[in-house]
Design a protein around this ligand. Sequence first.
Ligand code: ZN
Length: 77
Amino acid sequence: MIGADAGVQCSSAGCGAAATWRVNWRNPRIHSADRVKVWLACDAHRDTLADYLGTRGFPVLVSPFGEPVDAVPDARA
Ligand SMILES: [Zn+2]
């Protein structure tokens, strides 16, 4: 078991580290503006996951694990 928050792990494949960040995103083609998908990330994978989504053209908003967001604004101007 890892700490008290077992089950709250980084979403990166094969990573079992405790998540400390929320990578909030959505796919504008299938998700409405008020829809928020969340990947959980450890310190090491926060940027990796955010960059992966960003390169696919998805709006991404990274927030601390304890701070959920209500919406992910359109990025890419
Ligand atoms: Zn990780």
